[in-house]
Design a protein. Structure first.
Lengths: 113, 113
């Protein structure tokens, strides 16, 4: 079975600083996608960033970037210049073939003013 | 519609009663997913519909849970004889195809007393 592991239940960062959230996964696939979702208190899941496994270049979306290490099956999320609005639960997710997304247990990020 | 719509947003029921949760996906999205999120936990896959294919029911926790989808539109998740352990947020998502970005609704908070 596919698994996604987020080893940091909680993280905190000072406003304007950088924080990295870790994620590892287990797969035998060679071509797949990886996702980071954000869940603020409103409950709605919001896509932060997506990485395609066949692309060596790390995905970047404004202040959000990933460090994708395919051989190590690692997919960490870096948030630069953290803002108060970044405070939320962050979930790493991975689909395999035609199976739905499997989510990690999440990391709660607090941003300190 | 503009986004995924779920109703009701909150539901309080008594143990042993049946409940129906509704999801309106984004128009044109062929894939529809139901997830369960217990308090402070990650997302647990329940069921997945893709076009006219047979649904993937592998995540349903018991035979008290069932879901239907009419074509590529509305889906209802039914929980029969609710138990206190069913208390959770039930999230629905849709996508244009598997592995594409999932768009989530705001969920239904189910409380079983």
């Amino acid at each position: 079975a596919q698994t996604v592991t987020q080893s940091q239940p909680e993280m905190s960062v000072q406003e304007a600083e950088t924080v990295t959230l870790s994620c590892t996964y287990d797969t035998s696939e060679s071509d797949y996608y990886l996702f980071w979702y954000k869940q603020p208190p409103s409950r709605q899941m919001i896509l932060v960033i997506r990485q395609e496994a066949y692309k060596q270049q790390n995905a970047t979306e404004n202040r959000f970037s990933v460090n994708f290490q395919k051989a190590a099956k690692s997919f960490s999320l870096k948030i630069s210049d953290s803002q108060l609005g970044d405070a939320a639960m962050y979930f790493c997710a991975y689909p395999s073939g035609n199976t739905p997304l499997v989510f990690g247990k999440g990391t709660r990020l607090s941003v300190i003013a | 519609g503009a986004g995924v719509s779920q109703s009701p947003s909150n539901k309080v029921t008594e143990k042993g009663k049946d409940v129906e949760l509704r999801c309106d996906p984004i128009s044109g999205h062929t894939a529809l997913y139901w997830y369960r999120q217990r308090l402070g936990q990650g997302l647990e896959f329940l069921i997945y519909f893709q076009g006219n294919s047979a649904p993937d029911k592998s995540g349903l926790p018991s035979d008290r849970f069932s879901a239907e989808r009419t074509g590529e539109s509305v889906s209802t998740l039914t929980i029969q004889r609710t138990q206190q352990e069913d208390s959770a947020v039930y999230l629905c998502a849709s996508s244009s195809s598997t592995n594409e970005k999932l768009f989530f609704g705001s969920g239904t908070q189910l409380s079983v007393l």
